[in-house]
Design a protein around this ligand. Structure first.
Ligand SMILES: Cc1ncc(COP(=O)(O)O)c(C=O)c1O
Length: 302
């Protein structure tokens, strides 16, 4: 995998056990904020594009073939960026004659709010298609195109139903807060990168009629556990006009099909929790919490 573009699987023509995964990047990024950019000089993913020749030397030394170039740039919707990424990737493909597959990763932006722009797949895909056909005409190499849409498939396929646990006000010049019985433990996007989700107040007994501007916060004792940050700025509070809720009313957090249950703070990317060791008074070490086993990550799934 190359940075912004990546060289993913490098397969050996001889023993497949020798096949290596090798990643590299071209410096292009497409996330809405720095925290969703996964390409460019501020991103550690993949192999830096200037090291492509070095990567080629490594392949040669170990008698490996690179059959796929892979990139993943972040969640942006700008067709010009996608076009540029495809072009940069094709430059890399030229350097690796065994490549048969170009994988452009995921990151097709899905607007959760009605004001947010979603990726137009036709608009993004057309210039990429043309670039691949042009590449084939020029080089005789017809590439297989792969994509990895995660968010695109599921973002708006899930809602989280929470309840207002408490209402707090900080007086004149302050805010009215709704504290929910969920938060960054379930939906990390707002606190991590100021992502926006529709919030719908549903009365427990009757539909609310009045509206008010509120800050919606999560249940963790972290001022960063917030459901109404300013767009793209998790540091700033942005009051949201919602139907007036009462304690025990529901707040439906919409558009949480992606990066909620599957990518929440616990078990993120299926990483099990680390073990804990106590340093005792005599300088010894005592295991006080076992490492989490992989099975426990999915044992609650039905
Ligand atoms: C390599 C790769 N492919 C695909 C995805 C899916 O991205 P998204 O859910 O934004 O489409 C990710 C997410 O980080 C990724 O790292």
């Amino acid at each position: 995998m190359f940075n912004a573009t990546s060289l993913n699987r490098c397969e050996s023509p001889v023993p497949s056990a020798l096949a290596r995964h090798c990643c590299a990047l071209i410096r292009v990024c497409s996330g809405g904020t720095n925290r969703t950019n996964v390409g460019g000089p501020a991103s550690s993913f993949g192999i830096w594009h200037e090291q492509a020749d070095e990567a080629r030397d490594v392949l040669k030394t170990h008698n490996l073939r690179c059959v796929r170039i892979h990139s993943h740039i972040g969640s942006g919707s700008d067709p010009a960026v996608w076009q540029r990424v495809a072009g940069l990737n094709l430059e890399l493909v030229r350097k690796f004659p065994d490549v048969t597959t170009l994988d452009l990763g995921g990151g097709f932006k899905v607007g959760r709010m009605s004001t947010e722009i979603s990726t137009n797949l036709q608009e993004v895909g057309q210039p990429i298609r043309e670039a691949l056909l042009e590449f084939e005409r020029e080089t005789g190499r017809g590439l297989h195109l792969e994509i990895e849409p995660g968010t695109y498939l599921v973002a708006n396929a899930g809602s989280l139903i929470s309840r207002i646990q408490d209402k707090v006000t900080t007086g004149t010049g302050g805010y009215t807060f709704y504290r929910l019985d969920t938060g960054m433990t379930d939906v990390l996007r707002p606190s991590l990168y100021g992502a926006q989700h529709p919030l719908v107040v549903v009365g427990r007994e009757q539909d609310p009629v009045e509206t008010e501007e509120v800050i919606v916060v999560g249940h963790c004792c972290e001022s960063g556990d917030i459901l109404t940050p300013a767009p793209g700025d998790p540091e700033a509070l942005q009051p949201r006009l919602v139907h007036q809720g009462r304690i025990d009313d529901f707040v439906v957090i919409e558009g949480v099909g992606a990066y909620c249950s599957s990518m929440c703070t616990h078990g993120y990317n299926s990483f099990p929790a680390s073990p804990e060791v106590l340093v005792t008074a005599d300088g010894g070490f005592r295991l006080i919490r076992r490492a989490q086993c992989m099975e426990s990550l999915w044992e609650r799934e039905l």
